[in-house]
Write a protein that binds this ligand. Structure first.
Ligand SMILES: Cc1cc2nc3c(=O)[nH]c(=O)nc-3n(C[C@H](O)[C@H](O)[C@H](O)COP(=O)(O)OP(=O)(O)OC[C@H]3O[C@@H](n4cnc5c(N)ncnc54)[C@H](O)[C@@H]3O)c2cc1C
Length: 377
């Protein structure tokens, strides 16, 4: 076990809370700071795929997430009018040891916070400065306090301050697409599967979540722009007006502009994930486009592997090297496949749809099998 007494986790998102729970389990004490005054819950919904659920099950949080979400057994691609082009049986692809879950982000977060309950935390506190000597990291916080740590974990998301201060000045790249996310109080068309309804340079995703509700996400390939909250819902309805009945039913059931979150799709790619006693996990290290639906699951895997390597290695340096060696191949696969999916989405609809009809199931199989079939993450 690496000899470290004081660990600071920066960020209380999926990565930060999961690493807090994983470190607890491996016998380490850590502190966590989160810059928001309350636990962040934005983003509407999320798919926690079986690789993410395997981590949560190992940490004892999986059952709560499963209860609060919806088990999804199939996903499929449809043309703009809703005709199915191909379908994937998720249990056949991933195996039956962990389910594929659709869940509201607020509920996932609640379960992750409960799982990290023994880790001391400070909300409304940002990391604002850091310096590193050979075996110690000294940090400054937004409330004027300072602290000294044996290890600093940057779980502070795509615009990571830890990354900027310690590892790289690189900024996120815009990937040429905007997205609109929301939760509707219905299951349009009696939806039970995850559906991607494909248009021309755009798609609408529908994912069942718990309590008969549905997470919807519109994705449009276009230059970046600011979509003001006022009038956002009406503009979203107009953007997807040519889509078939199930999307219309979903959009009609939304009540007001505030229910729709709009954001730009970005990614970050940095070579180094650690320096001395500072290490990045989750989006801080490798945010990618969401087209594999794997960013949060990769963050969970990072967290678990980091705790495991710290437990197994005799020095923190050896643990951080091992963490990077284990994580980079899987994360790179997800990044590459997300980009490839984005390119395929931009093909003329007739060509893309014909390819999905003919070999969509095989394409999904080859995209996800390397993640699904691996015993060791
Ligand atoms: C449209 C979209 C759909 C997606 N769908 C899926 C999906 O279905 N499945 C999936 O697995 N993934 C999905 N993802 C990806 C997933 O949302 C992210 O990969 C995941 O949320 C990353 O978690 P994180 O904890 O690394 O970062 P974040 O969620 O960004 O958390 C970082 C936290 O750090 C805090 N913070 C930042 N700076 C500081 C500071 N200086 N001091 C203290 N705190 C700080 C922030 O407030 C935040 O709470 C999707 C992403 C997008 C954009």
């Amino acid at each position: 076990m690496a000899d470290i007494d004081r660990i600071l986790i920066v960020g209380g998102g999926i990565a930060g809370l999961t690493v807090a729970a994983a470190l607890q389990q491996k016998g380490f004490a850590a502190e966590l700071v989160e810059r928001e005054q309350t636990w962040p819950t934005g983003g509407a919904g999320i798919a926690v795929q079986p690789n993410g659920m395997r981590v949560l099950n190992a940490l004892g949080t999986g059952a709560a997430v499963e209860r609060a979400g919806a088990v999804i057994r199939q996903w499929g691609f449809c043309d703009q009018q809703g005709e199915v082009l191909c379908e994937t049986d998720l249990q056949a692809l991933w195996g039956s040891d962990a389910p594929f879950i659709g869940i509201e982000r607020s509920k996932l977060h609640r379960a992750l916070v409960a799982g990290a309950a023994s880790t001391s935390h400070r909300l409304g506190t940002s990391l604002v400065s850091l310096s590193q000597e050979s075996r110690r990291v000294t940090v400054g916080f937004s409330d004027g306090s300072t602290g000294e740590y044996d290890l600093l974990i940057g779980a502070d998301g795509i615009s990571s301050t830890v990354r900027k201060l310690a590892l790289s000045q690189a900024s996120p790249d815009y990937l040429g697409a905007m997205n609109w996310r929301s939760i509707a109080p219905i299951r349009p068309g009696g939806l039970t599967a995850l559906r991607f309804i494909l248009g021309d340079h755009c798609f609408f995703g529908l994912c069942p979540v718990g309590e008969g509700r549905t997470y919807g996400f519109g994705y449009v390939m276009q230059p970046r722009f600011y979509d003001p909250v006022k009038g956002r819902l009406e503009r979203l309805r107009e953007r997807f007006a040519a889509f078939g009945g199930v999307v219309q039913e979903y959009l009609t059931s939304l009540g007001c502009d505030d229910e729709v979150i709009c954001s730009a799709i970005e990614r970050i790619d940095v070579d180094e994930w650690h320096s001395g006693r500072i290490v990045l996990i989750g989006d801080a290290a490798h945010a990618s486009s969401p087209l594999m639906g794997q960013g949060g699951c990769m963050a969970m895997e990072d967290a678990f592997v980091l705790a495991e390597t710290l437990r197994a290695a005799t020095t923190p340096e050896a643990a951080l090297n091992e963490y990077v060696i284990r994580r980079k191949p899987r994360v790179s696969w997800v990044q590459q496949q997300s980009l490839a999916t984005g390119e395929a989405l931009g093909l003329p609809p007739a060509i893309r749809n014909a390819a999905l009809r003919e070999r969509g199931e095989r394409m999904m199989e080859s995209r996800f099998r390397p993640l699904a079939s691996c015993d060791r993450i």
